[in-house]
Design a protein around this ligand. Structure first.
Ligand code: COA
Length: 376
């Protein structure tokens, strides 16, 4: 029996050639390439190819991959009917999880031994996720669902299907960068969830819907929504010191800070912060950024010694907020990106699969007699 590690901290659960993280030096690489470089130079489509097929594509490979993704963007009408049946107050992550699971009814995929068919399912999941998120957002607002515009890039079409307006190049590029930065992150909770579900040879839609459910929690992807709510609840920069002291004294978590692996600032937080600063320089700043910055300074002093620094969710919400996205779409946008990593991990899991079945340290009662119901 190996040592008990709560939360599986430090446990090596499998081998993977997809994402590498060095938490003490703040390094993240997708298949060996630094995240800062990918954020600056790559696109979501190219990054998805890197994750799924393992290499940076040639021009011809990228064109073929992109064309295949575009051809798979169509979401069956029945999925939108399902979304229409949900209360409009349903959180978009719940809607996404339901819709992704239901795709299995439209694209039956019980046999996961065919690699080509698996790769197509992976690309379909990447291609359909933006349309589902955008479709539900329009349904809940009483608007018509839009057909994808196949002339637009992945990020551009997502914004088009959401807003009904072709986005400008700057907004498309910013979202594209955000998608690249959120696409993969090793054995995080949602990716691990997906791998666990995949290890039972469940269909890919079951795998990804389970991963969506895992991402929705506030300790994982849901933190980006909580960060913005937290910043909105603080009455200016002058109130930050007291807010932080209260949280620290009360042993309450400050959203967007801390990470299981990073003990320094998350490299994605640096890129997102620079992106936020550039955006605010062009479009006008927001008092929320000043509050966030002040929180980071206090955190550096008071929580830095414990290795608690901003993570990816700390600045992403500020960027999305400035671009005018609804707060409850922040985590679904994370899912639109991370589905590339989830599906890459699912394909990798199937290459050398063994079902995940850890053990538990039993803490219940020992051998007990069964007591008849009238005698209890
Ligand atoms: N604010 C204040 N203290 C924090 C903290 C935060 N955001 N994150 C961790 N800590 C403290 C804990 O209180 C704990 O202190 P203690 O040892 O004195 O009890 C210590 O750091 C370890 O925290 P723990 O929750 O056990 O770490 P973890 O590795 O299990 O959890 C997170 C990692 C990400 C879940 C955790 O840092 C967190 O909840 N952060 C806020 C939510 C968030 O931003 N999530 C997005 C992650 S990308």
């Amino acid at each position: 029996m190996s040592e008990f590690s709560p939360g599986l901290a430090g446990v090596i659960a499998d081998k993977s050639a997809i994402g590498f993280i060095n938490g003490t030096e703040g390094i993240l690489r997708y298949r060996g390439i630094r995240i800062e470089e990918l954020a600056e130079k790559s696109t979501f489509e190219e990054t998805a190819h890197l994750l799924i097929d393992g290499t940076l594509p040639t021009r011809a490979q990228l064109a073929a991959f992109d064309a295949e993704l575009r051809s798979l963007r169509g979401v069956p009408a029945g999925i939108f009917d399902l979304l229409r049946s949900l209360p409009t107050s349903t959180h978009p992550m719940v809607a996404l999880q339901s819709a992704v699971a239901a795709l299995a009814g439209h694209f039956p995929h019980q046999d996961v031994t065919d690699r080509k068919k698996n790769r197509t399912a992976a690309l379909r999941l990447i291609a359909c996720t933006p349309a589902i998120v955008a479709g539900f957002d329009r349904i809940r607002k009483g608007l018509d669902v839009l057909q994808p515009d196949l002339a637009l890039s992945h990020a551009g079409d997502f914004l088009f299907q959401l807003n009904g307006v072709v986005p400008d190049a700057q907004e498309t590029r910013i979202l594209d960068m955000c998608l690249v930065m959120h696409a993969e992150h090793g054995f995080n909770a949602s990716t691990f969830t997906g791998r666990v579900v995949g290890s039972s040879l469940a269909n890919p839609y079951a795998v990804i819907s389970a991963a969506v459910g895992s991402l929705s929690g506030p300790l994982h992807g849901g933190a980006n929504e909580e960060v913005l709510e937290m910043l909105r609840g603080i009455d200016g920069v002058g109130a930050v010191a007291e807010f932080m002291q209260q949280r620290i004294d009360g042993k309450q978590k400050i959203m967007g800070l801390g990470h299981r692996i990073y003990k320094v600032k998350d490299p994605r937080a640096d890129v997102l912060q620079a992106l936020a600063e550039k955006l605010f320089a062009e479009k006008g700043s927001t008092p929320l950024y000043d509050i966030a910055y002040a929180i980071e300074q206090v955190a550096k002093e008071k929580l830095g010694p414990k290795g608690i620094y901003p993570n990816v969710d700390f600045y992403s919400g500020l960027v999305y907020d400035k671009l005018g996205y609804d707060v409850d779409l922040f985590t679904p946008i994370f899912a639109v990106a991370r589905v590339a990593g989830w599906t890459a991990h699912w394909l990798e899991q199937l290459q050398d699969n063994r079902i995940y079945r850890p053990d538990a340290l039993y803490t219940g009662p020992d051998d007990q007699a069964y007591v008849e119901i009238d005698a209890r």
